[in-house]
Design a protein around this ligand. Structure first.
Ligand code: HEC
Ligand code: HEC
Length: 361
């Protein structure tokens, strides 16, 4: 470029302009860096405002969280070919239950079309996604729901009847044997009597109010409906052999005797696992949204099957068990939707009084 006389002035203005803007540019630049740093830190798994208890720094929480949680034993390490085949079949039955045992099942038509995996994610191996990490190590065990000592067969058949609105399967049959072989194998790396870290659900604090089904519906429409559909009916695949998006209520969903019918269970499942793809590391729903959408889903119609004599010792009913009679003065409505803290406080008080009584004897 050739400069004509008089251009010097232009150049001068140009440079003084840059000089004038210089401090502003620097500030802008620094804030960009700051934003980048904050963004990076907040996206570290296990960090952000929802810090993992006991973790002290970003790297610390990363290693503790990721290394400490249970990882399923590796099926490929099984050397016995027949055993490996059986365990793999068990995994398949859990991941694609409906194909084999659903309404169009190739083996038998004895359940509602849900897959075990819909609620026990990644065939029961995912952290805080209702995994089977503590089944081999803790069963047989006493369960207050039935008031009896239950083995794994009984527990699996409970989910067939209650969660899959189906029939119990034969304990000695090929399918049950494969399912139990799989569950026992993946948990074989957990010491007998020990609980696997990250099994079951992750805790969720109670709200200080009752869960709000009206707000829950708003959350449902905004965040869930696109997959689970307007009437919670879910979406089947092309040949209807299994769901792409499972039913959350209505005739093809879990019954009112299922574990998920307790609002605390579905709230914890949803908070740390939904919308699809979310994990405990980076939940998307606030606690309020999780409780309220859980309450909305469980306020909708579903198969009635609660004919079991559950919780024979009524003092052991969980605070959110929605069917009376109760050992306290709180209503069925409050037991179902909360607020739960007053109920929990009273249960604690009673337990303490009981302990003091036995101690003074
Ligand atoms: C609609 C959701 C749902 C489906 C589908 C489902 N389950 Fe469950 N399952 C649950 C919930 C919730 C619990 C925990 C309930 C509780 O402890 O109150 C549970 C618990 C279990 C447990 C005990 C876990 C433990 O650590 O004690 C086993 C074993 C189990 N299910 C197996 C199965 C099998 C096998 C299938 C398929 C045939 C299945 N489940 C289908 C929701 C479901
Ligand atoms: C992008 C699609 C998608 C969205 C959005 C989504 N889900 Fe799901 N949901 C799924 C799929 C897929 C499964 C089954 C997971 C599997 O089998 O691995 C599932 C499973 C579930 C289950 C357990 C199975 C059952 O039938 O009861 C519940 C409960 C659930 N979702 C609730 C919700 C809620 C509440 C929201 C909104 C906050 C939500 N989902 C948003 C895809 C979705």
């Amino acid at each position: 470029m050739v400069f004509e006389p008089g251009d010097d002035k232009i150049k001068q203005r140009l440079f003084s302009g840059i000089k004038k803007q210089h401090p502003v540019t620097v500030i802008l630049f620094l804030s960009l860096i700051a934003i980048a740093i904050i963004f990076y830190c907040c996206n570290q798994p296990g960090n952000s405002s929802k810090k993992i208890p006991g973790s002290s720094s970003v790297n610390d929480s990363l290693s503790k969280a990721d290394i400490a949680y249970w990882i399923a034993a590796d099926i490929n390490a099984i050397t016995d070919a027949a055993k490996k085949e059986q365990v793999k079949h068990g995994r398949d039955l859990i991941a694609h239950t409906s194909r084999y045992l659903g309404p169009k099942g190739s083996i038998a038509k004895i359940s509602n079309g849900l897959n075990c995996q819909n609620c026990h994610l990644q065939a029961g191996t995912a952290v805080f996604a209702n995994n089977y990490g503590s089944v081999a190590s803790l069963y047989p065990k006493f369960r207050a729901r039935s008031g009896t000592i239950e083995n794994v067969y009984k527990r699996v058949n409970d989910c067939f009847e209650r969660s899959l609105n189906g029939k119990r399967i034969d304990t000695s049959g090929k399918e049950m044997q494969a399912i139990v072989a799989y569950i026992n194998f993946i948990g074989s790396n957990v010491g007998k009597g020990k609980k696997a870290a990250g099994s079951g659900f992750k805790d969720l604090a109670y709200l200080d109010r009752a869960a709000d089904t009206t707000h829950g519906k708003v959350v449902y429409i905004a965040m869930c409906q696109r997959c689970h559909q307007p009437y919670g009916e879910g979406k089947l695949n092309a040949d209807s052999s299994e769901y792409i998006y499972p039913a959350l209520w209505g005739k093809n969903s879990y019954t009112d005797g299922a574990g998920l019918y307790r609002i605390s269970n579905i709230a914890k499942y949803v908070k740390y696992n939904m919308p699809q793809g979310i994990t405990y590391k980076k939940p998307q729903l606030t606690d309020e949204e999780a409780w309220d959408v859980a309450a909305f889903i469980n306020s909708q119609p579903r198969p009635h099957k609660n004919e079991w004599k559950d919780w024979p010792d009524i003092t052991r009913k969980p605070v959110d068990y929605p069917f009376g009679p109760y050992a306290d003065k709180f209503s069925e409505q409050q037991h179902k939707y909360g607020p739960y803290q007053p109920i929990a406080d009273e249960q604690l008080k009673k337990e303490k009084a009981q302990k003091d009584k036995t101690a003074s004897k």
